[in-house]
Every structure is written in C-alpha cells, then in structure tokens.
Write a protein that binds this ligand. Structure first.
Ligand code: EPZ
Length: 420
C-alpha cells in the first residue's frame, strides 16, 4: 500500500494546471449510456475513480476506452447487460449514476446498492423516489436495486421534489428525464457547477434541459439522444485544495484553468484567512505573505462553502492565529481527519459535527493515516506545514480524486515522495 512522505519545506511557489473535475467527469462518463451513437469526452482526469467507471461500462458490454491521456471514447450501442455488479460498485458509490441512463434507455437496470462509505451511510432513497415518480418499479433484492421502466419501456415525465439537496440524485433523475415521455420538473435540485456541466453535455447530445444550476430544473423528454463531444470543466475542489495549501504554507502560486466562477465561497474564506487572490485570463494567483487568521466555516450545498473543502480548510486553521469553529452539515461522519491532525500536534476539540480549532505555532511531523479522499488532502496540507517528516498511509484514497498530486506539489517546491 503506497504512502506519501512529506517534509515541511516552507512557502509554496510556482504554477499548477488544474485537471478536469472528478465530480463532473463521473456523471458525464455515464451519459453516453443514453444513446447508441459514439460520444467523446475530453479533459477527463486520470484517476482511480474515472478508471472504475470505464471498467464498469466495459463490464456491461459498452465499448469505452481512454484513447488519449485525457480523452475517453464511448459507444454504448454494444451494451449487452444493464447490470452494475457489487465488485466495482463497492469501490465507488458514484457507480449508482449508471442507473438513471440504463433505466431510461434500456428500460431496465440492475445496480448493486452502493452501500455507505467512511464519511456516511450515503443512502440513495431520493434517486429511487425520482425514478418511481417517473413510473419505474423498483425492487431491492439480494443487495441489488432492480429497476424497470413501465411496460412499453419509456419513463414518464414527472414532478419530483427532493426531500434533501442531493447532487447524485439530481444527476441520476436528470439523466433519466432526458428520454422520458413528457416534461419532468425537479424541485429542490442541487445547484453544483458539476450538474451544470452534465446538463451542457446532455444538451449537446440533444436533450432539452433548462434551469440547470438553479433549484428548479425542467427537462422536456425527447425520443432519443445523439452522440457528440464534451470537455469536462476544471476541478474547483482540486483548485481549492492548492489554494488552501499555499494560504497555509505562505508563498505564491498560479492556478492555470481554475474555474473561478465556481469558487466564490472558497475564495471568500481564503481571503478572510489572509490570502490575496487575483485572476487574469486563465491564470489565478493565490498568495499569502502576512498573518494567517483562523476562519469559521459551515458546509452546505452550492453555492455555500463546500463539504469537499472542509477538511482542507481545517488543515489551514490548525496553524492559523486564533480559534475557528468548523461545522459539517452535509455528511454525518466527515470529521475523521481530526484524530489524525491531533497526532501532528493540532489543538482541536470535536463534539458531533462541530470542531473547535485553536491555531498552534507549528505542527510536528508524524505517521498518520488517510481515511477518505478529502481527509487525505487535509493531511498533505498539514504535512507541508509541519516541522520534520510526515508519512501518510493508505493514500489510495488520495489517488481516487487527485491527478498526479505529488508531481504537482513538487512543481510548487514541496518536498514529497511516494513510498511504495
Ligand atoms: C457528491 O456525492 C460528490 N460526489 C461528493 O464528493 C460531495 O461531497 C457530495 O456530492 C456533496 O456535494 C460525486 O459527485 C461523485 P449527495 P453524493 O447525494 O451525490 C444525503 C468527493 O470528495 N442523501 O449530494 O453522494 C446524503 O446522505 C465526494 O469528491 C440522502 O439522504 O452526495 C448526504 O448526507 C465525497 N438520500 C447528503 O444527502 C439520497 O438519496 C448529500 O449527498 C441521496 C443523498
């Protein structure tokens, strides 16, 4: 199992290109299931998770392959079995996003219940509520979701109101609605930029989606979608992670291709902490030279401060001046990085989903363990700020969501190496 060894090496300096967004690429790689024509997707980051989705499509008989470093070509006309098996689904919950397209295009789908993960139980009840509203019958048997379209094969447009704001639920129902008979209105929809990116891809394939990016999305069903090409948007969480790192260590870096329009809440918090952030064309410069000040955060759905940046911001707060109150409202168990930060000398008291972080002057390197994707990123930032060496175990979590992260950090002057 790979580890990362990081030695605190002072301020970061240099430029880093932001990769395609994992959380846009994953649903977009499922969209070609909605058509028999070939679809090309570019700017797909090379991650364990994007590799998993391609393997899942192949297992269903779909022709899907990475034809160039960041290009994936998919042709779903060769699909044989609309089944997503436990072996792959258990490694990545986002596999459940094949359910909507399979149901809409093939009239039937069998997808292993994704199960929970480290950060929470992660139910899919809202996904299923949406499909049932569209006329599907859903049976849960032997750990599988077995979904069937009404007899005759086509889903019906419906009025879906989500009980909670769900990114995956919005994406799954949105994809299913593109081929339904009639109009679907999704209320209390998630507004994440990655959903907008998915809608742009679907509309380029002939879908008729309006209101994406707002809480009410309207989809006029069409008989079929055609092929096309789509470029995945840059990753706002990767960009936010690097911006958080340089705010914590001090120094100055330039982010190339960061999606600044989608990063307002992240940049607001970093400016409050003492960072200076300016954008010129596709170049965003993030620097911190003066005091680093502790910043309160409370995660919530977009456009508020994202849950996927909570752990990284905590790494900044542990070495900032003052005390920060950090509350996680989206997932029930997304504070596992706290115990690892304590091993590095942080001063944090946790009660439920609220952490009170008292800044300390310096962290001291130690052996720590990654527990989930963003907790891993938090520990990398903490290691960059610690005196001595920090060794992070189980970094397969990190490899799920960050493309070549150690190479990118070395390019910014970090002292980091992978131990196999
Ligand atoms: C997506 O997960 C992201 N993953 C997550 O990123 C991100 O943290 C999350 O959205 C919130 O922004 C991908 O896009 C692949 P949700 P998703 O459905 O869709 C509850 C990362 O680090 N809920 O918006 O699974 C759920 O339990 C990952 O990149 C239901 O109750 O998140 C959670 O408390 C981690 N019923 C809340 O809603 C449902 O049917 C938000 O979940 C669905 C969700």
């Amino acid at each position: 199992m790979d580890k990362l060894a990081i030695t605190g090496n002072g301020p970061l300096r240099g430029a880093v290109r932001i990769s395609g967004a994992k959380n846009a690429a994953l649903p977009i790689l499922c969209a070609p299931l909605l058509t028999r024509e070939p679809v090309t997707i570019v700017n797909v980051p090379q991650l364990n998770d994007t590799r998993t989705i391609v393997r899942l499509l192949n297992q269903m008989g779909v022709t899907a392959a990475r034809t160039e470093t960041h290009r994936v070509e998919i042709d779903a006309s060769t699909l044989t079995t609309p089944v997503a098996g436990y072996d792959l689904v258990k490694t990545m919950r986002a596999s459940v996003l094949v359910l909507g397209p399979l149901l809409a295009r093939w009239g039937e789908a069998k997808v292993s219940l994704p199960g929970g993960c480290a950060i929470g139980q992660r139910p899919v009840d809202q996904h299923l509520k949406g499909f049932e509203a569209m006329g599907a019958t859903i049976a849960i048997e032997a750990g599988y979701i077995h979904a069937k379209a009404p007899s005759g094969g086509r889903l019906r447009g419906a009025h879906v109101v989500f009980d909670v704001v769900t990114v995956g639920g919005t994406e799954n129902v949105l994809m299913a609605a593109t081929l339904a008979e009639g109009t679907t209105v999704i209320e209390n929809a998630a507004r994440e930029p990655e959903i907008v990116d998915l809608a742009l891809c679907l509309n380029a394939m002939g879908a008729r989606i309006r209101g994406h990016g707002t809480a009410t999305i309207t989809v006029e069903g069409v008989p079929e979608l055609h092929g096309g090409t789509h470029r995945v948007m840059p990753d706002r969480i990767e960009a936010g992670t690097f911006a958080c790192a340089v705010a914590a260590t001090g120094g100055e870096i330039t982010l190339l291709d960061a999606p600044v329009h989608a990063m307002e809440a992240i940049f607001d918090k970093l400016r409050e902490a003492g960072a200076t952030i300016t954008t010129q064309g596709n170049q965003t410069t993030v620097s911190r030279k003066g005091r680093l000040t502790a910043v309160n955060t409370k995660t919530a759905p977009y456009p508020a401060f994202p849950t996927d940046m909570q752990a990284q911001m905590m790494a900044l707060n542990v070495v900032a001046e003052g005390t920060a109150v950090m509350t996680e409202t989206v997932f029930e168990n997304r504070m596992m990085h706290v115990s690892e930060l304590l091993r590095l000398g942080a001063d944090i008291s946790l009660s439920g989903n609220t952490a009170v972080v008292k800044g300390v002057r310096r962290l001291t390197g130690a052996h720590v363990m990654a527990t989930d994707l963003r907790a891993s990123a938090c520990l990398v930032i903490a290691g960059l700020c610690a005196r001595g060496e920090t060794v992070i175990d189980r970094i397969y979590h990190l490899d799920r969501g960050y493309e070549h992260i150690e190479d990118k950090l070395i390019g910014l002057g970090a002292q980091i190496r992978r131990l196999s």
